[in-house]
Design a protein around this ligand. Sequence first.
Ligand SMILES: NC(=O)c1ccc[n+]([C@@H]2O[C@H](COP(=O)([O-])OP(=O)(O)OC[C@H]3O[C@@H](n4cnc5c(N)ncnc54)[C@H](OP(=O)(O)O)[C@@H]3O)[C@@H](O)[C@H]2O)c1
Length: 328
Amino acid sequence: MAKPIRWGIIGLGKIAEKFATDLVNVPHTQLHAVASTSIERAQDFARKFNVSNYYDSYEAIFKTPDLDVVYIATPHTSHAENAILCLKNKIPVLCEKPFAMNIKEVQKMIDTARENDTFLMEAMWTRFIPVIQKTQELIAEDRIGKIKTIHADFGFVAPFTPERRTLNPALGGGALLDIGIYPAYLSLLLLDYPTDIHAVSTFGQTGVDETTSFVFKYPQATALMNATFASRTRTEALIYGEKGYIHLPERFHESRTLTLYETDKEPITFTFERESRGYNFEIEEVNNCLRNNKKESVKMPLSMSVKLMSLLDEIRQKAGIHYEGIDG
Ligand SMILES: NC(=O)c1ccc[n+]([C@@H]2O[C@H](COP(=O)([O-])OP(=O)(O)OC[C@H]3O[C@@H](n4cnc5c(N)ncnc54)[C@H](OP(=O)(O)O)[C@@H]3O)[C@@H](O)[C@H]2O)c1
């Protein structure tokens, strides 16, 4: 029987709860420790998920015996600091997206992982969603021919809570880093790094980008993308090729179905039912890497995180998105 992988979580907010709900249902996986800035939150979370070790500081999590890996679920602005803390303690890390605030921070995280010979991966869960893997397979099988255009968007109306991380510039708020990362990642995954980038943003009351629209140019293809906190958009992706197209319906980055439209053929819909939210797939990838003593994932390698962060930095620079005291 596979050895259980014992997980810890740092930062017990919204995503930590969703992630934990999936984690406790992954076979041979245990939620072993949680750390918060608040002892009440740590206690409540521990009670809810039956966790024996809980702490009111992130540093304290390293006291936990037999801790195999930590999932970092704090705001973007804390990712680098929290990941580096774990890596220096030789604890493997799965860190939420965006990996950090800029490429300098990402490089420091990777250097620390290598210096300490410790596993590090960005929690880009989309990479492991079966529909996304099926999309890649269909493209590799030449079912739609060469990709010519990608259209992808992500939008919802963010409630006006200026202190919360989504709209708060001090916590890396804004549509691009929070949700624009998903269409950007889809293009990177399917077409690699663009040769040219165009981007524009509009800004909300708190100064963060409310909407960012961006276009990637490739030698023989383009990608048109949008991220917004101002409207509920379809949050779908269309991948158009020379011989047909693939439609990933709402919300494309975690979709359970896709439809393949081949020229002059009936459309085919592929469905991948699941009971989980979809975080189990990235958890299983981390478990497998750790069981096989891998220091990074082949599917979501650190080189991909470098490309993704460089892409976000470049979009920010083109669209004029700045974070006071953070830009590097
Ligand atoms: N993969 C996905 O589907 C997905 C979905 C949503 C969000 N995310 C990512 O996950 C991260 C967290 O998002 P979230 O929606 O869970 O945020 P959230 O609800 O605000 O929770 C973040 C938690 O981080 C801790 N924290 C540490 N320093 C903080 C500070 N200065 N201000 C506020 N909180 C601080 C707090 O937990 P403690 O007090 O308990 O330490 C807080 O509850 C973001 O980077 C986001 O991009 C990913």
